[in-house]
Write a protein that binds this ligand. Structure first.
Ligand code: NAP
Length: 315
């Protein structure tokens, strides 16, 4: 076991982790960032990002995270490819076990993100990301002006995505496997009474069409009551069937809510139930899930870590 004790270890290289790295590095904390299987996080699977402040003409999602990484590196951040397999937060310093060693850390910022749940139907994977299948209306909705699109799901996310898409699309099919939405009543009412939204009840998606052409040309659905199959003539498919937060080996000991997301202490967005351990971004946020909100939480976690170190390890 190495005897070096890191001031701060940041886990994850999405917007939250990289922003935490920029802030802690600029505070001369010499952060170590561990990156997992999707360096750069969910943004790297989006093509154009048009809503990140500071880029009036949009920015490529991959380029945006590369820029953040470069900015973090400039101030001395160290990056290492490593998956944390287990932790011991009962000791001080905290212990993080990766493949070949145990890393010791005074503070830890967990920014491991969340993975969108996918349907797994044929064509979905092949046409994901820039080819018509997406999981983010806020990110990609504007690309479907005057086109027909489909949203899959029946929760608040699906209702919200469908309503957002009515700003651009000519028609929004809302494909749900039941005959009513599980979304909150107000969202469900808004979605089902909107003139552009066409609910496709009791139906499951069966196949995304257009793999040969490299772009979505339709969505085949099956009615569960009649077994009849039909094709929705859509160019965009928005999968909104929930997210799976990446809480891996950290929960327990860290507290999570009923959806499995990290649950910060009351009154804080980032402080966990263990002192000096912080969470940021989509692993603890199922409400906003935006690059800019994740970055904001990364900033807050960095400032909290900095204050904690000043209080407990000054000099
Ligand atoms: P959710 O509430 O878990 O809903 C997921 C939906 O996807 C359900 O309708 C579910 O169907 C369906 N589904 C799941 N797996 C499926 C599959 N394999 N194939 C087809 N359909 C499938 O997830 P969410 O909508 O992302 O919301 C997550 C949490 O965030 C909720 O607590 C929600 O209230 C909250 N949220 C709030 C807001 C807001 O207040 N503005 C916005 C977004 C999210 P069943 O109904 O049959 O289970």
């Amino acid at each position: 076991m190495s005897t070096t004790v890191e001031n701060v270890v940041i886990i994850g290289t999405g917007c939250a982790g990289l922003t935490a790295a920029i802030y802690t590095a600029r505070s001369s904390l010499n952060p170590l960032v561990l990156e997992g299987s999707l360096p750069g996080g969910q943004l790297t699977t989006t093509s154009e990002v048009e809503n990140f402040p500071g880029f009036p003409h949009g920015v490529d999602g991959y380029q945006l995270t590369q820029n953040m990484r470069e900015q973090a590196t400039r101030f001395g951040t160290r990056f290492e490819q490593a998956l944390v397999t287990s932790v011991d937060f009962t000791t001080m310093p905290r212990k993080l076990v990766v493949a070949d060693r145990t890393i010791l850390a005074r503070t830890v910022i967990i920014a491991t993100g969340a993975s969108p749940r996918m349907t797994g139907i044929p064509g979905e994977k092949e046409l994901y990301g820039g080819k018509g299948v997406t999981t983010c209306a806020t990110c990609d909705g504007a690309f479907y002006r005057k086109m027909e699109v489909a949203v899959i799901g029946g929760g608040d996310s699906a209702a919200e995505e469908a309503l957002f898409l009515t700003r651009f699309a000519s028609k929004v099919y809302l494909v749900h496997r039941r005959d009513s939405l599980r979304a909150s009543k107000i969202m469900a009412d808004r979605a089902t009474t909107h003139e552009k939204i066409v609910p496709v009840w009791d139906s499951v998606p069966v196949e995304v069409l257009g793999v040969k052409e490299g772009a979505v040309s339709g969505l085949k659905v099956k009615n569960l009551k009649t077994n009849a199959e039909s094709v929705l003539p859509v160019k965009g498919i928005f999968v909104a069937i929930g997210h799976i937060p990446n809480t891996g080996p950290f929960a327990p000991p860290l507290a999570v809510d009923e959806g499995g997301y990290f649950k910060p202490q009351p009154g804080s967005q980032v402080q966990t139930n263990i002192p000096g351990i912080y969470v940021a971004g989509d692993c603890s946020d199922h409400v906003y899930r935006q690059a800019i909100t994740a970055a904001g939480m990364g900033c807050a976690a960095a400032i909290e870590a900095e204050r904690w170190l000043a209080e407990h390890h000054s000099g």
